[in-house]
Design a protein around this ligand. Structure first.
Ligand SMILES: Nc1ncnc2c1ncn2[C@@H]1O[C@H](COP(=O)(O)OP(=O)(O)OP(=O)(O)O)[C@@H](O)[C@H]1O
Ligand SMILES: [Mg+2]
Length: 366
């Protein structure tokens, strides 16, 4: 599906599903609650909903409820009348009034105080409110989208978030998956960000940069706790700092270069991506084998001993599971026999040594 919202990229089935939901819900006035970890694209999703809605030519007002002290938030949302409190020298229009006929995006909704939660519930139910210190009821026509990276169900159980408000906000739930559950989108996102940097900074060299396949492999293996924001910042940093046209694994921060994925991680990712039992089990085998190989510097006899299988069985599995690319990536990064490799390549006039065991008997181009 070609999303209407150009800046929002992703081909992974999980994100495609989100594009579908956004296109379906955008024309309605239903309240949407967007959940997901930090940097997963919650604000981008809210903007996309507004942009694809009938309200797209009306204002989109964004308010981060966590960034404003509780005592100021009420007046920020509802506005206030002159003299409502010390320092209120003039009548002030709040965000709800400014969002009239448009959309309001309430970010970090979980940080809202219980007192304001009651007032927000009334706006949701009746689309009306009074300014702080005012008596006149103001009617508005707004669509409310909210977002949170905390677990509102837990907050509800702990008595910190009202149940009635939760159900009102959560009419259409959208959950933004973490980047580690949609790693297949990483190459696409890298290109998108290179293009974005190029457009914004007119920095000619940014879009001409290329991330080598191995660099991408490393990036796909990493778990991205800061999600897409972390990826975006890294692409920007590398495109500015790396002088060569091709970005290599050595240019990556050490934590990404040396990241060892927990063995179960890719299995669960495959499972959550809708793959069945057999695929998940194969994925698990692959991860276990990779783990043993990485632990033993890809010395197959040692890895086989660790796994308690025959060396020949291991070699067959490496072939069957297509782990040779992983092996090359491992050697390029860790290069335990680097010097030997260089001598060997020079002596045999080969491009690439792909098996160091037995000191490089097997070479591409040999
Ligand atoms: N699918 C995507 N395609 C392109 N850019 C994306 C995508 N998702 C997120 N981004 C970019 O990643 C950055 C973080 O996204 P956003 O601010 O929407 O995340 P968030 O979930 O609201 O984060 P936080 O919880 O920290 O507020 C933004 O610069 C956004 O443009
Ligand atoms: Mg945000």
């Amino acid at each position: 599906m070609q999303p209407k919202f150009q800046a929002f990229v992703g081909e992974n089935p999980k994100i495609q599903k989100i594009f579908e939901i956004i296109q379906k819900v955008a024309p309605s006035d239903s309240t949407v609650l967007i959940t997901g970890d930090s940097g997963t694209g919650k604000e981008l999703a809210a903007r996309a909903i507004h942009a694809a809605s009938n309200r797209c030519n009306q204002p989109l007002i964004i308010l981060n409820c966590g960034a404003i002290p509780a005592e100021l938030l009420e007046s920020e949302l509802f506005g206030h009348e002159k003299g409502a409190f010390t320092g209120a020298h003039q009548t002030r229009i709040g965000r709800f009034e400014r969002a009239d006929t448009g959309t309001i995006f309430l970010d970090e909704i979980g940080d809202m105080s219980p007192n304001l939660q009651v007032k927000l519930l009334r706006v949701l139910q009746e689309q009306q409110f009074e300014r702080v210190g005012g008596t006149k009821t103001i009617h508005v026509d707004i669509r409310i989208i909210s977002a949170t990276n905390i677990d509102l169900k837990k907050a509800m159980e702990a008595g910190k978030f009202r149940e009635d408000l939760y159900y009102r906000l959560n009419v259409i739930p959208i959950h933004m998956p973490p980047l580690r559950e949609r790693r297949s989108d990483i190459p696409l996102l890298i290109n998108h960000f290179l293009h974005k940097i190029h457009q914004h900074s007119r920095q000619a060299q940014a879009s001409s940069k290329i991330f080598s396949e191995e660099t991408i492999l490393h990036m796909q293996r990493y778990d991205w706790p800061g999600n897409i924001r972390e990826l975006e910042n890294l692409v920007e940093r590398l495109s500015v700092l790396v002088e060569n046209d091709t970005i290599q694994p050595a240019d990556l921060p050490e934590k990404i270069r040396t990241f060892q994925p927990p063995v179960m991680q890719d299995t669960l990712t495959a499972f959550h991506n809708g793959e069945g039992f057999n695929h998940a089990v194969n994925q698990f085998q692959k991860q276990l084998i990779l783990h043993a190989l990485n632990q033993t510097n890809w010395v197959k006899a040692k890895a086989a001993a660790m796994l308690k299988i025959n060396r020949t069985t291991l070699v067959e599995k490496i072939k069957k599971m297509d782990l040779e690319t992983e092996q090359q990536a491992f050697f390029r990064t860790n290069n335990p026999l680097g010097l030997l490799c260089a001598d060997y390549k020079q002596f045999h006039q080969v491009e690439q040594v792909i098996d160091f065991e037995g000191f490089g008997q097997k070479c591409i181009g040999a």
